[in-house]
Design a protein. Structure first.
Length: 414
């Protein structure tokens, strides 16, 4: 195998993942709310009936993630992504001609399965295969797409709905998704560096947080490890807290008396800082290691929750947004690195599939739990305190997990 003297092909893989996150993932997961008013009014349905689409998509993605090991052991990632990447924009265009909400649900099921097959699990698996060095930076760059895509696409979608209506907007966005993303899947995605006659970025040697291609354990073995089951609830808790902070910060700012303009600026700042934070966190993982990156990110999340609780001025709230970005970045950058560090590359797609499933559970329950706390207390402050305490506890437990898993790996290597 050869090493590239010019820019390594692995960075083209990262560009393809960035485009997927920017258009496919961002549009499907971050932009449905833009259509909410128009669709509910035309169909004469409640908002909860419309938002059930996101639940259907999430359930479909969870089913895929739980079966990722079997899928990607039988089929090439490139082949699966080519098929799913073609089906997804076609299905998304179907929203434009849906006659009722029941058809919406059916379309969402197809969209969810397709996104699961070309989304977080296969992309994280590709990054693991292509990068033995700078993996944190690569992961951060790839997943910044979900934030930057929102900054660009949300205003575009809003203006299109106003100009041509929601049906033509769904179709137009589907075309944009296909045009910008599918060529990247078709021509850039390669399963392994060896497909291009290359070594991974950083070569084949081990580093502190990077494991040789054949190292690690199977999912069946991971299930027998206590720290595997200790880790999964931490994934769900951190995702629940992060999702609550993303979705509830704007109404919280309005509720405590901030001007609607300030609240809108907070939403924009949220997306922009999150994109930058993913890159910064990736660099921390690369330079300081898995434990330092994880603890730094989780503590930043806890600090952000304290600042949210005490947000009696815009300056404090903005500081909270900045700390929150570094903490929320853990849910996309940290999980893949944690998974590889603890369980290796041997059965990565299967193990990470389970991790991603628990992250989806956390995402699904976080905001509803926060809303229930608000309904019961009349304030978000109690929710911020509860999530903050849980994140501190999560940090402590993760430190214990890291030590146990490190001792287990050392024992296995003897």
């Amino acid at each position: 195998m050869k090493k590239e003297n010019k820019l390594h092909y692995g960075w083209r893989i990262i560009f393809a993942c960035f485009m997927l996150m920017s258009f496919y993932f961002c549009v499907v997961m971050n932009c449905p709310g833009l259509f909410l008013t128009s669709v509910t009014q035309e169909f004469g349905i409640s908002r909860s009936q419309y938002t059930l689409n996101t639940t259907v998509i999430s359930i479909a993605m969870m089913i895929v993630s739980l079966n990722a090991g079997k899928i990607f052991s039988k089929f090439k990632i490139k082949s699966v992504m080519r098929l799913a990447g073609l089906v997804l924009p076609i299905a998304y265009a179907g929203y434009s001609i849906a006659p009722n909400i029941r058809i919406f649900y059916g379309i969402s099921l197809v969209v969810g399965f397709s996104l699961g097959l070309c989304g977080m699990v296969p992309m994280s698996t590709l990054i693991t295969r292509w990068f033995n060095d700078k993996k944190g930076l690569a992961t951060g760059l790839a997943f910044t797409g979900s934030g930057l895509g929102g900054v660009v696409l949300q205003p575009v979608i809003g203006q299109l709905i106003e100009a041509v209506g929601w049906r033509k907007t769904y179709f137009a966005i589907a075309v944009i998704m296909f045009v910008f993303v599918y060529p990247c899947i078709m021509f850039l995605i390669k399963d392994y560096p060896s497909d291009k006659g290359l070594e991974p970025v950083g070569g084949l040697a081990k580093t502190e947080n990077n494991i040789a291609p054949d190292d690690g354990i199977m999912l069946s073995q991971a299930r027998k490890k206590a720290y595997f089951w200790m880790y999964l609830p931490l994934v769900a808790i951190s995702c629940a807290a992060a999702c609550s902070m993303i979705q509830q910060i704007v109404p919280y700012a309005t509720d405590i008396g901030y001007d609607p303009t300030v609240a809108a600026n907070i939403g924009a700042l949220n997306l922009g800082t999150l994109a930058v934070a993913k890159i910064i966190l990736g660099k921390i993982y690369d330079t300081k290691g898995n434990l330092a990156g994880t603890v730094t990110s989780l503590l930043a999340l806890a600090v952000a929750l304290v600042l949210y609780y005490n947000a009696n001025s815009p300056a404090i709230l903005y500081r909270g947004i900045i700390f929150a970005a570094l903490g929320i970045a853990y849910t996309s950058v940290g999980f893949p690195i944690n998974t590889q560090t603890m369980f290796g590359k041997k059965d990565y797609s299967a193990v990470y599939g389970v991790v991603f499933c628990f992250s989806s559970v956390g995402t699904a329950i976080g905001s509803p739990i926060t809303s229930m706390i608000f309904d019961a207390t009349g304030s978000y402050r109690t929710a911020w305190l509860i999530w903050g305490a849980l994140i501190v506890l999560t940090t402590v437990i993760y430190i214990i997990i890291d030590r146990i898993s490190a001792a287990d790996r050392k024992k296995s290597s003897i």
